[in-house]
Design a protein around this ligand. Structure first.
Ligand SMILES: Cc1ncc(COP(=O)(O)O)c(C=O)c1O
Length: 429
């Protein structure tokens, strides 16, 4: 009688020879192929397309001849005083597990920062430290929406909203911000009409990545009143609120839901240390939400990251308490650079754009361009500058390209010269 075997492999023999022999004895055809492995994961994770920004970055990453203007960050490293605070925390042995909501000192510093920015009283009970603004967004989506729920996203928009939504089974519903008469215009009636019985939230990003569009106070009021009437949540992404260029000149802060909403109503804010304080690599952000949600948010953080490292949070406290001069320098440079970019682009009749009122991106179209990804890859190779393809920002974005202009002005001048030469001689795809 033949001995008992698993898939033709004799377990007694295997035991005798140890695990390595066992695996060697398994016929190769029994092992899954890479495709088998992919076929057996969740389709929502497998089938999500890559961000077009990464497609461009991967094409040119590490090439020293390229001036990279593709991702949303400046050229300056984090200021030394912020790094020093993190380093001394490590030296002091702050290397243990920590508060899931964030250390009390950082939550208090966030409350004080908001009080300085917005006036009025803010409490640390409303602040939750997350491991990046991206994770603040993930936390909010996990908190609010069930599978099949819809969230309204005005587009063109940051691709990191719809991607994670789809991966969680949430349905992003796009409402176009239209480029009409060289102005980005949101049609709030259309936005309100797209609400269905499944709508859970309206996700509004102002100042906008990639458009630089800024919602007016009246528009925010209209969204707030509509959301209140229909019991909808507002997800407010105001990470670029300090990068605001009022026509009157000078510095300021963009209109915010913080100015018109109560702390304890259906509004949640996603924010980050990345942009204001040049801390993109730190991956620290925060959620601001009604305090009644504290335990629920704490649980999400517990089961995702189990908290943000203390030494990073010490750096963030320093940023909030001592970083104002740095923020002002960054915003002043961004405004100066925005004007440089617009001056160059105005020379080319085939280029259409609106002067951005905020953030640090120029989103511009090119007559005759049908495939922004192909065109961007060519610009990387031929003009040696890295841009992001507009198509990746969702409905209404194809035909445009995004340039991040928060750079050293001299380097930006070189990039603009290269782009100008390319526009003067090449045809887009
Ligand atoms: C609109 C918007 N929100 C949130 C973020 C999150 O930033 P981070 O994950 O670097 O904290 C970004 C980053 O580019 C952004 O553009």
């Amino acid at each position: 009688m033949p001995r008992f075997s698993i898939r033709g492999v004799d377990p007694v023999l295997c035991l005798a020879h140890g695990d390595a022999e066992y695996f060697k004895a398994i016929p190769k055809r029994m092992l899954p192929t890479p495709q088998d492995l992919l076929d057996s994961i969740k389709p929502s994770q497998r089938d999500e397309p890559d961000s077009g920004i990464l497609v461009a970055v991967n094409h040119g990453f590490g090439r020293p001849d390229i001036i990279p203007l593709w991702t949303g960050e400046g050229h300056l490293p984090t200021p030394q005083f912020i790094c020093d605070a993190a380093i001394s925390s490590l030296r002091n042995g702050e290397t243990f597990y920590t508060w899931q909501r964030g250390i009390p000192e950082l939550r208090e510093a966030l409350a004080q920062y908001h009080a300085r920015q917005c006036g009025g009283a803010f409490k640390q009970d409303n602040f939750f430290v997350t491991s990046s603004g991206m994770q603040a967004m993930q936390t909010i989506f996990q908190l609010l929406a069930r599978e099949g729920d819809e969230i309204i996203v005005p587009t063109p928009a940051w691709p990191n909203y719809p991607g994670p939504m789809r991966m969680m089974g949430i349905v992003p519903v796009y409402v176009p911000i239209r480029f009409e008469n060289r102005i980005w215009q949101i049609d709030l009636e259309q936005l309100f009409d797209s609400v269905t019985g499944k709508t859970k939230a309206i996700c509004l990003n102002s100042p906008s990545n990639p458009l630089g569009w800024v919602a007016s106070c009246d528009q925010l009021l209209a969204v707030r009143d509509f959301a209140r009437r229909h019991g909808l949540w507002i997800i407010a992404d105001e990470v670029y609120s300090r990068f605001y260029y009022p026509e009157s000149g000078g510095l300021g802060r963009s209109p915010s839901f913080l100015d018109i909403c109560e702390h304890e109503e259906r509004v949640v804010y996603a924010n980050t240390f990345s942009k204001n304080w040049a801390m993109t690599g730190w991956r620290v952000g925060w959620v601001q939400a009604p305090k009644a949600l504290g335990a629920a948010i704490e649980r999400i953080i517990q089961y995702n990251t189990s908290g943000t490292p203390v030494f990073l949070q010490r750096g963030c406290v320093a940023a909030l308490e001592e970083g104002e001069d740095f923020v002002i320098k960054q915003v002043t440079r961004a405004r100066h650079n925005r004007d440089m970019v617009c001056k160059t682009l105005r020379q080319f009749p085939q280029v259409q754009f609106e002067v951005p009122g905020g953030a640090f991106y120029q989103f511009f179209s090119l007559d005759g361009m049908r495939d922004s990804t192909k065109t961007v890859l060519r610009i990387i190779d031929e003009a040696k500058i890295g841009l992001a393809p507009g198509g990746t920002f969702g409905a209404g974005g194809e035909g445009f390209m995004r340039m991040c202009y928060l750079r050293d002005p001299d380097v930006l001048a070189t990039a603009l010269e290269r782009l100008g030469n390319w526009l003067g001689s090449a045809r887009p795809d």
